[in-house]
Write a protein that binds this ligand. Structure first.
Ligand SMILES: *Cc1c(COP(=O)(O)O)cnc(C)c1O
Length: 451
């Protein structure tokens, strides 16, 4: 056991952050900002970013021994709760048989079959390691299939950190107030048109202006990286109609919402009301599909997916793609995420939304609870009409969020350290867990009110 592991075994007094602070300093001396993904640094909320040493069910424990109710859920993968025995067993069993062979393993087609069984518009699947790769590859297929250069994305939508998709990208960029990223060439940036979300007129206009040039429209099936912001009724349908009328493909990014917003993602919620035959062309998945290990996927119609090497001219590959531990974790997660789990997640999200509404209303804090299936987030500020796009969301009161966030943390609830991220419940968030969150809410609501 290392010195760090020994220290983590000792329980400290609740509320103490000395060890996390020490670790943060030590990390910052060897890792830029002390983190391997920016939002973890607590940059927009301030204070000591917590180092976590354990998670079980709905609870996570930090390095100082404080236990929190977790509403981050590893940013989605912990659908069944942390360290779910079925997932841990599956990974341990796979690990004992070898960590990877650089050759195919049966779990890869089993996971692809599981994805296809849930997503009726997906005929072929390719496994990759991150959501970033999934969207990057989907775009490469779209350009390969159409021989067109341009991509449309919506402001506030996050599709990972590939060069062409970082403009007005929500998530960590929204958290840190960045319009885009340095290091992206003007030529690359110019190949992505950024449009306001939920605005079909702007989409029509872009297609008219760039006729024959647009390969694909990429959209989060429900925006979830600027807080939750679902598509307006009719938007998804209009988007697919317009794109297809102009010979462009539609890439529906379900990396966050997939197998989470419902068993078949947010598309699974919208699909029943869509006209027959009106379908996105490609889908991307991540987060839940890897069960907590590095795995993501893309899928779609056979003729498009078979443009990928080795069958077609669009190249994609990966040393760790379809890694046996990752497919085992993903398979165990999806196989255990049955209808009862999704009913439970929906009920937990509903109950949590009511508790948050009640506490903020009682404290006189103007707010909106945003929903997309089992996902939720909270917007602080006056929103007499529902927000429709990134500009609307950027008007929120992030000072109130900061006060609320820290009071919840002090009350034992681990919320996303950003006003622009979704809250994630799990199958382990039962009534007693929601009750613990409810106990922390009044003080947090008063802290927000005092801003
Ligand atoms: C998280 C996310 C990504 C990127 O996935 P990574 O695994 O972090 O690369 C892409 N799209 C959406 C919608 C996401 O939420």
């Amino acid at each position: 056991m290392s010195a760090v592991e020994q220290a983590n075994g000792q329980t400290a007094r609740a509320g103490e952050t000395a060890r996390s602070a020490e670790y943060a300093a030590r990390a910052a001396s060897v890792i830029p900002g002390g983190v391997n993904s920016p939002v973890r640094a607590f940059g927009s909320v301030g204070g000591t970013p917590r180092f976590f040493v354990r998670g079980s069910g709905a609870a996570v424990t930090d390095a100082d021994g404080t236990e929190y109710v977790d509403l981050i859920g590893a940013w989605g993968p912990a659908l069944l709760g942390h360290a779910h025995p079925a997932v841990v067993d599956a990974v341990q069993e796979a690990a004992a048989k070898g960590l990877g062979f650089g050759a195919s393993v049966p779990g890869e087609f089993e996971l692809a079959e599981e994805i296809i069984a849930r997503m009726p518009d997906v005929e072929r699947v390719r496994l990759v390691s991150t959501g970033t790769e999934a969207t990057m590859t989907a775009i490469r297929i779209a350009r390969g299939a159409t021989s067109r250069p341009l991509i449309i994305k919506f402001a506030g939508h996050y599709h990972g950190h590939s060069d062409g998709l970082l403009a007005a990208a929500g998530s960590g960029l929204a958290t840190f107030g960045l319009p885009g990223s340095a290091g992206v060439t003007a030529e690359t940036a110019a190949q992505t048109l950024v449009l306001p979300y939920n605005d079909l007129a702007a989409l029509e206009h872009a297609f008219a202006t760039h006729e024959g040039q647009i390969a694909a429209v990429i959209t989060e099936s429900a925006a979830a990286n600027m807080g939750i912001l679902p598509p307006d009724p009719g938007f998804t349908e209009g988007l697919i109609r317009i794109a297809h009328a102009h010979g462009a493909l539609v890439i529906t990014d379900e990396v966050l919402t997939g197998f989470r917003a419902s068993a078949a993602g947010y598309w699974g919620i919208e699909r029943p009301s869509m006209p027959e035959g009106l379908r996105p062309d490609l889908f991307t998945f991540g987060k839940v599909v890897g069960g907590g290990l590095p795995l993501a996927a893309l899928g779609g119609r056979r003729e498009l997916m078979e443009m990928l090497a080795p069958l077609g001219p669009v190249y994609q590959g990966g040393t760790l793609s379809g890694n046996p531990l990752a497919v085992a974790a993903g398979l165990a997660t999806l196989r255990n995420a049955d209808a009862a789990v999704y009913d439970h997640l929906a009920a937990a999200a509903d109950a949590l939304a009511v508790e948050v509404e009640d506490a903020l209303t009682a404290a006189g804090v103007a707010h909106r609870v945003q929903r997309a299936g089992t996902l939720l987030s909270v917007l602080f500020g006056d929103y007499p009409v529902a927000p429709a796009n990134y500009d609307d969301v950027l008007r929120q009161n992030t000072d109130q969020h900061r006060a609320f966030f820290h009071a919840m943390l002090a009350g034992g609830v681990n919320l996303p350290p950003s006003a622009f991220e979704a809250w994630f419940v799990s199958a382990a968030h039962d009534d007693s867990v929601i009750g613990r969150i409810a106990e922390a809410l009044p003080a947090a609501a008063r802290a927000a009110a005092a801003v």
